[in-house]
Ligand binder design. Structure first.
Ligand code: AQP
Length: 332
């Protein structure tokens, strides 16, 4: 089974990205039924909203070091930068020509992000899911490990693959989403009905994996909760406490049910202290490894291997797609 997934270098990688995606990748890389695993830095997706050039370059490099620091093993996973494999853009365009504006306009993420754009909404923000479909279909991926927020885009990928296969003959594997139950959706610390996002303008809303440990603890201790005083899992009436339970459950590998039982007589302050300490324990070794890696030649070594492998697979596929569509001259 082949898997692919990516993260945008659109800011500081958050605890949401880690628990919803990266931690899951690290577990999956050891599964025997996974024969091929590709993880990329989605830099072309990042420019669907304005990015500062220097910050983007830094975020790309930082994301690669983060992948490795969190435990991705380059012996088991091919890590590459999306823009270094031109076939992503090529297939993304072909899929745009086979998608409908209406189906793209219905995407929740587009609707949310469009509201936040003060300097105009780019066409890329609308067509982002076609590029994402290209990222996946290019590699005949059987499954895509993502957080809950990406499920809708994955469904569109399946629609586009099926539409293309019906029109041009069997070409793409129709992929399955692969959503880890725990950590599938980590919410904002300041508005717990909204998901935690790295592009949130309020840094108190998210925990960045590289935040100073004292700041991490402080953010958790001041997370918005409620005045009911009871530790219970109820995402509708107690979204703040439920979010902290999710986080604690993921970092301690303990079920929410067991945590609710453990904290039934605790107050919010004791509970928050424990969440803060548990998250700190998880992040400290990651930060240590990150600092060792960020300026090491290892990053380029890993990226060169990943780029070459991804181009090898992607170029074979795009040639096949061009032939099916009738683009250019026929190749063998
Ligand atoms: N809050 C979250 N909880 C669980 N999983 C999450 N993911 C993102 N936020 C959460 C998962 O992280 C992966 C990478 O996401 P992305 O960077 O490609 O795009 P995104 O989903 O739009 O992530 P952000 O942090 O919200 O970025 P911005 O602010 O730039 O839009 C995906 O697997 C996603 O599910």
């Amino acid at each position: 089974m082949r898997l692919i997934s990516g993260i945008q270098p659109s800011g500081n990688i958050t605890l949401g990205n880690y628990l919803g995606a990266i931690k899951n990748f690290v577990k999956l890389q050891d599964r025997e039924d996974i024969t091929d695993f590709l993880v990329f830095v989605a830099d072309m997706h990042a420019i669907t909203v304005p990015q500062d050039k220097q910050a983007l370059r830094q975020n790309i490099k930082s994301l690669v070091a983060t992948y490795l620091a969190c435990g991705l093993n380059p012996e088991k996973v091919h890590i590459f930068i999306q823009s270094e494999v031109p076939a992503h853009a090529q297939l993304g365009w072909i899929l745009q020509c086979n998608g409908y504006i209406g189906e793209l306009e219905r995407m929740t993420q587009f609707k949310d992000k469009k509201e936040k754009q003060v300097a105009g909404v780019s066409v890329g923000l609308l067509t982002y899911p076609s590029l994402m479909a290209g990222d996946i279909l290019l590699y005949d991926s059987d499954a895509v490990p993502v957080g809950q927020d990406q499920k809708q885009h994955l469904e569109l990928t399946r629609t586009l693959a099926e539409r293309f296969n019906n029109k041009y003959g069997d070409t793409f594997v129709v992929p399955e989403p692969f959503i880890a139950e725990a950590g599938a959706k980590v919410m904002s610390l300041t508005e717990p009905t909204k998901k935690m996002s790295k592009s949130d303008p309020n840094p108190k809303a998210y925990i960045a994996l590289l935040d100073d440990i004292n700041i991490v603890k402080k953010k958790i201790r001041s997370a918005v909760t409620d005045s009911d005083g009871k530790i219970a899992y109820d995402t509708v009436n107690k979204p703040g406490i439920s979010n902290l339970l999710t986080i604690l459950s993921c970092v301690t590998n303990t079920s929410i049910k067991d945590l609710v039982e453990k904290y039934k007589d605790s107050n919010y302050q004791q509970f928050k202290d424990d969440v803060a300490n548990a998250v700190a324990l998880e992040l400290e070794p990651i930060q240590k490894r990150y600092n060792e890696l960020i300026n090491s030649p290892k990053l380029d070594e890993v990226l060169n291997e990943g780029r070459d492998y991804a181009n090898y697979l992607a170029n074979k596929k795009i040639a096949k797609v061009y032939n099916k569509v009738g683009l250019g001259r026929k190749t063998k």
